[in-house]
Ligand binder design. Structure first.
Ligand SMILES: [Zn+2]
Length: 186
Protein backbone atom coordinates (compact mmCIF):
# COMPACT_ATOMS: atom_id res chain seq x y z
CA UNK A 1 0.00 0.00 0.00
CA UNK A 2 1.38 3.37 -0.88
CA UNK A 3 -0.62 5.71 1.33
CA UNK A 4 1.57 8.70 0.41
CA UNK A 5 0.59 8.63 -3.25
CA UNK A 6 -3.05 7.79 -2.53
CA UNK A 7 -3.43 10.76 -0.17
CA UNK A 8 -1.62 13.18 -2.49
CA UNK A 9 -3.65 12.18 -5.53
CA UNK A 10 -6.93 12.61 -3.67
CA UNK A 11 -6.19 15.57 -1.39
CA UNK A 12 -2.99 17.25 -2.57
CA UNK A 13 -2.11 19.74 -5.30
CA UNK A 14 -1.47 17.68 -8.45
CA UNK A 15 0.65 20.36 -10.16
CA UNK A 16 3.04 20.68 -7.24
CA UNK A 17 3.05 16.90 -6.91
CA UNK A 18 4.14 16.49 -10.55
CA UNK A 19 6.74 19.24 -10.28
CA UNK A 20 8.50 18.05 -7.11
CA UNK A 21 8.40 14.38 -8.15
CA UNK A 22 10.41 15.48 -11.18
CA UNK A 23 13.01 17.09 -8.91
CA UNK A 24 13.38 13.97 -6.74
CA UNK A 25 16.97 12.79 -6.64
CA UNK A 26 18.06 15.75 -8.78
CA UNK A 27 17.62 19.02 -6.90
CA UNK A 28 15.51 17.77 -3.96
CA UNK A 29 15.98 15.01 -1.40
CA UNK A 30 13.14 12.57 -0.71
CA UNK A 31 12.28 14.31 2.56
CA UNK A 32 12.19 17.73 0.87
CA UNK A 33 9.81 16.31 -1.74
CA UNK A 34 7.55 14.74 0.89
CA UNK A 35 7.48 17.97 2.92
CA UNK A 36 6.59 20.11 -0.12
CA UNK A 37 3.90 17.70 -1.28
CA UNK A 38 2.09 17.43 2.06
CA UNK A 39 2.15 21.16 2.65
CA UNK A 40 -0.52 21.20 -0.11
CA UNK A 41 -2.86 18.94 1.91
CA UNK A 42 -5.31 20.94 4.08
CA UNK A 43 -8.08 18.37 4.64
CA UNK A 44 -8.63 17.40 8.30
CA UNK A 45 -6.68 14.25 9.17
CA UNK A 46 -9.80 12.35 10.32
CA UNK A 47 -11.43 12.85 6.93
CA UNK A 48 -8.33 11.58 5.13
CA UNK A 49 -8.11 8.52 7.41
CA UNK A 50 -11.80 7.71 6.79
CA UNK A 51 -11.15 7.94 3.04
CA UNK A 52 -8.10 5.68 3.30
CA UNK A 53 -10.02 3.09 5.33
CA UNK A 54 -12.61 3.11 2.56
CA UNK A 55 -10.22 3.06 -0.42
CA UNK A 56 -6.75 1.76 0.48
CA UNK A 57 -6.29 -1.93 -0.28
CA UNK A 58 -3.51 -4.07 1.10
CA UNK A 59 -2.17 -6.89 -1.07
CA UNK A 60 -3.70 -10.32 -0.34
CA UNK A 61 -1.96 -12.44 2.30
CA UNK A 62 -0.52 -9.54 4.28
CA UNK A 63 -2.33 -10.31 7.55
CA UNK A 64 -1.29 -14.00 7.52
CA UNK A 65 2.31 -13.07 6.72
CA UNK A 66 2.37 -10.39 9.42
CA UNK A 67 1.18 -12.82 12.09
CA UNK A 68 3.67 -15.49 10.99
CA UNK A 69 6.76 -13.30 10.50
CA UNK A 70 6.08 -10.23 12.68
CA UNK A 71 7.85 -7.94 10.20
CA UNK A 72 9.44 -4.57 10.70
CA UNK A 73 7.70 -2.02 8.48
CA UNK A 74 9.84 0.99 7.60
CA UNK A 75 7.85 3.63 5.78
CA UNK A 76 8.25 7.17 4.51
CA UNK A 77 4.53 7.47 5.22
CA UNK A 78 2.99 8.45 8.55
CA UNK A 79 2.02 6.67 11.75
CA UNK A 80 -1.25 8.64 11.70
CA UNK A 81 -2.34 7.28 8.31
CA UNK A 82 -0.80 3.78 8.41
CA UNK A 83 -1.85 2.59 11.87
CA UNK A 84 -5.62 2.76 11.17
CA UNK A 85 -5.06 0.50 8.14
CA UNK A 86 -2.97 -1.96 10.16
CA UNK A 87 -5.74 -1.98 12.75
CA UNK A 88 -8.36 -2.63 10.06
CA UNK A 89 -6.29 -5.64 8.91
CA UNK A 90 -5.96 -6.87 12.51
CA UNK A 91 -2.16 -6.68 12.50
CA UNK A 92 -1.37 -3.52 14.47
CA UNK A 93 0.18 -5.61 17.26
CA UNK A 94 1.89 -8.08 14.92
CA UNK A 95 4.23 -5.58 13.24
CA UNK A 96 6.78 -3.01 14.29
CA UNK A 97 6.22 0.27 12.44
CA UNK A 98 8.84 2.94 11.89
CA UNK A 99 7.41 5.89 10.00
CA UNK A 100 7.26 9.67 9.99
CA UNK A 101 4.70 11.68 11.92
CA UNK A 102 2.27 14.41 10.98
CA UNK A 103 1.32 17.79 12.28
CA UNK A 104 -1.82 18.15 10.12
CA UNK A 105 -2.40 21.91 10.31
CA UNK A 106 -5.38 23.47 8.52
CA UNK A 107 -3.04 25.59 6.36
CA UNK A 108 -1.05 22.56 5.23
CA UNK A 109 0.27 19.35 6.78
CA UNK A 110 3.73 19.54 8.30
CA UNK A 111 5.84 16.38 8.34
CA UNK A 112 7.88 15.45 11.41
CA UNK A 113 10.58 13.23 9.96
CA UNK A 114 11.69 10.38 12.19
CA UNK A 115 15.32 10.41 11.02
CA UNK A 116 17.59 13.30 10.16
CA UNK A 117 20.94 11.48 9.98
CA UNK A 118 22.65 11.25 6.59
CA UNK A 119 23.17 7.69 5.35
CA UNK A 120 26.84 6.98 4.62
CA UNK A 121 25.92 5.33 1.33
CA UNK A 122 23.22 7.50 -0.27
CA UNK A 123 23.76 10.73 1.69
CA UNK A 124 20.10 11.10 2.73
CA UNK A 125 18.10 10.02 5.77
CA UNK A 126 17.35 6.46 4.68
CA UNK A 127 15.93 3.04 5.57
CA UNK A 128 19.30 1.26 5.43
CA UNK A 129 20.00 2.09 9.09
CA UNK A 130 16.85 0.21 10.12
CA UNK A 131 17.94 -3.17 8.76
CA UNK A 132 18.87 -5.71 11.45
CA UNK A 133 22.62 -6.27 11.55
CA UNK A 134 22.98 -9.96 12.40
CA UNK A 135 20.00 -11.70 10.84
CA UNK A 136 19.42 -12.61 7.23
CA UNK A 137 17.42 -9.67 5.91
CA UNK A 138 14.55 -10.25 3.51
CA UNK A 139 13.50 -6.86 2.17
CA UNK A 140 10.20 -6.16 0.44
CA UNK A 141 9.70 -2.84 -1.34
CA UNK A 142 8.35 -0.90 -4.28
CA UNK A 143 9.53 2.71 -4.19
CA UNK A 144 12.29 5.27 -4.37
CA UNK A 145 12.79 5.28 -0.60
CA UNK A 146 13.51 1.52 -0.70
CA UNK A 147 16.50 1.70 -3.05
CA UNK A 148 19.45 2.08 -0.68
CA UNK A 149 18.15 -0.45 1.87
CA UNK A 150 17.39 -2.98 -0.88
CA UNK A 151 21.07 -2.94 -1.87
CA UNK A 152 22.03 -3.88 1.70
CA UNK A 153 19.54 -6.76 2.11
CA UNK A 154 20.33 -10.45 1.65
CA UNK A 155 17.20 -11.11 -0.37
CA UNK A 156 14.89 -8.62 -2.09
CA UNK A 157 11.29 -8.86 -3.26
CA UNK A 158 10.42 -5.87 -5.43
CA UNK A 159 7.80 -4.43 -7.73
CA UNK A 160 7.01 -1.18 -9.56
CA UNK A 161 9.65 1.56 -9.44
CA UNK A 162 12.02 -0.37 -7.18
CA UNK A 163 11.94 -3.40 -9.50
CA UNK A 164 12.68 -1.22 -12.54
CA UNK A 165 15.56 0.49 -10.77
CA UNK A 166 17.13 -2.76 -9.53
CA UNK A 167 16.90 -4.17 -13.07
CA UNK A 168 18.76 -1.09 -14.37
CA UNK A 169 21.43 -1.56 -11.68
CA UNK A 170 21.77 -5.28 -12.48
CA UNK A 171 20.89 -6.14 -8.89
CA UNK A 172 19.12 -9.49 -8.54
CA UNK A 173 15.65 -9.53 -6.95
CA UNK A 174 12.53 -11.63 -6.89
CA UNK A 175 9.28 -10.16 -8.20
CA UNK A 176 6.67 -9.31 -5.58
CA UNK A 177 3.17 -10.36 -6.55
CA UNK A 178 1.13 -10.88 -3.41
CA UNK A 179 1.95 -11.89 0.15
CA UNK A 180 0.61 -15.44 -0.18
CA UNK A 181 3.20 -16.11 -2.86
CA UNK A 182 5.90 -14.30 -0.89
CA UNK A 183 5.15 -16.41 2.21
CA UNK A 184 5.40 -19.59 0.13
CA UNK A 185 8.86 -18.60 -1.08
CA UNK A 186 10.36 -17.76 2.32
ZN1 LIG B 1 21.08 5.17 2.26
Amino acid sequence: MDTLHLVLEEFGDRDIYARVEGALGRTMTLNEVIAAEFLTVTTPLGEVVDWLLENARIRPGFAELAHAQRPLIVSSGFHETIEPLLEREGVLDAVELRANRLDPRPDGWRVRFRADHQCGTCGEPCKRQDLPQNDEVVFVGDGYSDRCAALAADRVFARDGLAEWLREQDVPFEPLTDFHELAARL
